[in-house]
Design a protein around this ligand. Structure first.
Ligand code: COA
Length: 477
């Protein structure tokens, strides 16, 4: 039997070992915690929406113009990036003067695509201007451009030059086409809609190809570019270096029209049964046809007249005969017998009769306004979409409330509406501000961001690098 002393020393040793164990456990726990945090800082204790914006600290050298590039940089600015828009002295982005509605003021085309940015004028072909651009490259994280192919290189801003000047810089470009036979072409919205497969699949079978009003070539590509930039910024956190990001407008449009490439492949295995042309007995050719207002998702849909259609060109509703709510549709339109009639009860039986079915539903929708149809149908889960005019959208209170449609004030044109950030984030709240006047922030950026002294700023002014040619010469004299 162990003595009291022996028992005591055994207990002591046990305690020592245990306490050692505790000490040993500590760093393990920290490592585990670290792993769980994935190397991220501790969660902010600030209330959501008060911890800055998603892209705070990211500075963009925005060489973009017209629509595709500016859409992208405006979204980045909405997310908190400091977007410095570089414009040609005295001229600026060509859209400042395009489709002008208020004499002497920047157009809505420009103001609605360049909110939340700062503007600096620099002549990229002036030697001093080139020096300023190099300094901007050193101070920025991303260069965004959508010049014609070769333009940036002709300015001396090749990838090699930029990467050498600032290896962390991401160079993001929109071009019309990717490498290939058309890579040197200049491209605008509708060219991209046609080359990306959208136009050949839009419109009615009997008519010519159609372009859509939504700017899927320009704004759609800008959106893709913004996604690429965000990913490149994230990768740079790991690699420490920038990279080239390229989105060709043709590719951007095709990505949005991918369901039509899906249908192209399905054609090999038989007709596209959900297309109304199938129900009408019109044979398919070897390419995806235009499908009018057929729905692209396999559930038959069509645009139907509503009350007031005779006078109001937008008194229409998109009506989807989704299979799970077929019974509810039959009840609503006063055709309960269609629920059990073998010609109508099951989706395949309905396909050859879609024209007649939609004409019958239309008899019902024509007795109601599009908003009444919306309310009645949604109450029983039937998906419908009222055709909203731009007037109705501009006046819609709920869109104002969510910040999707925003009114901003502008010093030369007064109040105007713009589209706010369609992406809502709970911890990065967008405040939409007006677009800048041409060169409004030139001095501020040169002195506060790039660190030029007042004397150097005067020299820059005299060099003609930031002023329109005549002005520069006059001031230099
Ligand atoms: N200082 C001096 N020169 C400047 C300048 C500045 N700050 N900014 C632009 N320029 C010059 C360019 O150097 C170029 O001159 P260069 O041809 O002598 O090299 C000139 O302005 C015109 O630029 P560019 O991009 O070629 O414009 P464009 O009016 O000829 O073509 C597009 C316009 C949109 C067709 C063309 O830019 C393009 O295809 N872009 C890519 C696709 C795209 O984005 N299309 C959609 C637009 S919404």
């Amino acid at each position: 039997m162990a003595t009291k002393k022996a028992r005591k020393s055994k207990a002591k040793a046990k305690y020592k070992a245990a306490s050692k164990k505790v000490v040993k456990l500590k760093p393990k726990k920290t490592a585990a915690k670290k792993a769980a945090s994935n190397g991220l800082p501790r969660p902010s204790s600030k209330p959501f929406g008060q911890a800055g914006k998603a892209l705070d600290g990211v500075r963009i050298l925005d060489f973009s113009h017209v629509q595709a590039g500016p859409t992208c940089t405006q979204l980045l600015a909405y997310m908190g990036a400091d977007v410095i828009k570089v414009e040609r002295p005295g001229v600026g982005d060509i859209t400042r003067g395009q489709l002008r509605d208020v004499k002497g003021a920047d157009s809505l085309y420009f103001t609605m695509l360049n909110g939340n940015k700062r503007s600096i004028t620099i002549d990229s072909k002036n030697p001093k201007g080139k020096e300023i651009l190099d300094r901007l490259i050193m101070h920025c994280d991303v260069l965004v451009e959508n010049f014609a192919p070769g333009t940036l290189d002709r300015m001396g801003l090749t990838w090699e030059h930029i990467h050498k000047t600032n290896p962390r810089m991401i160079v993001a470009s929109v071009k019309g086409f990717g490498p290939g036979p058309y890579e040197d072409c200049k491209v605008y919205e509708n060219v991209a809609q046609c080359a990306g497969g959208s136009a050949s699949t839009t419109g009615f079978r009997e008519g010519p190809p159609l372009v859509t009003g939504a700017q899927i070539g320009d704004s759609g590509t800008g959106l893709h570019l913004g996604f690429g930039i965000a990913c490149a910024l994230y990768q740079r956190m790991r690699t420490g270096r920038g990279q080239k990001v390229l989105v060709a407008m043709q590719d951007g449009v095709l990505n949005l029209a991918r369901v039509k490439l899906r249908d192209q492949q399905r054609l090999k295995h038989g007709p596209l049964t959900e297309y109304s042309q199938h129900g009408e007995g019109v044979p398919f050719g070897d390419a995806v046809p235009r499908a009018g207002n057929d729905s692209g998702g396999g559930q038959p849909g069509w645009i139907l007249k509503c009350k007031g259609w005779e006078k109001d060109p937008d008194a229409y509703i998109y009506f989807i005969t989704q299979a799970p709510v077929w019974g509810a549709i039959c009840d609503l339109i006063g055709k309960p017998e269609w629920k059990t009639d073998p010609d109508y009860a099951a989706p395949p039986a309905r396909l050859p009769r879609l024209k007649h079915i939609f004409a019958t539903i239309e008899q019902w929708t024509m007795t109601k306004t599009k908003f009444e149809v919306m309310d009645i149908c949604n109450a029983v889960d039937i998906p419908v979409g009222p055709i909203l005019s731009m007037k109705e959208i501009a006046e819609e209170p709920s869109l104002r409330k969510t910040g999707t449609v925003v009114e901003v004030d502008h010093p030369t044109r007064g109040k105007y509406l713009t589209v706010g950030n369609p992406v809502k984030m709970s911890d990065s709240i967008t405040e939409v501000t007006r677009s800048p006047l041409l060169g409004e922030h030139t001095e501020e950026i040169l002195t506060k961001v790039l660190g030029y002294s007042a004397k150097e700023f005067d020299e820059i002014k005299a060099s003609g690098a930031i002023t329109a040619p005549e002005k520069g010469r006059a001031e230099a004299a």
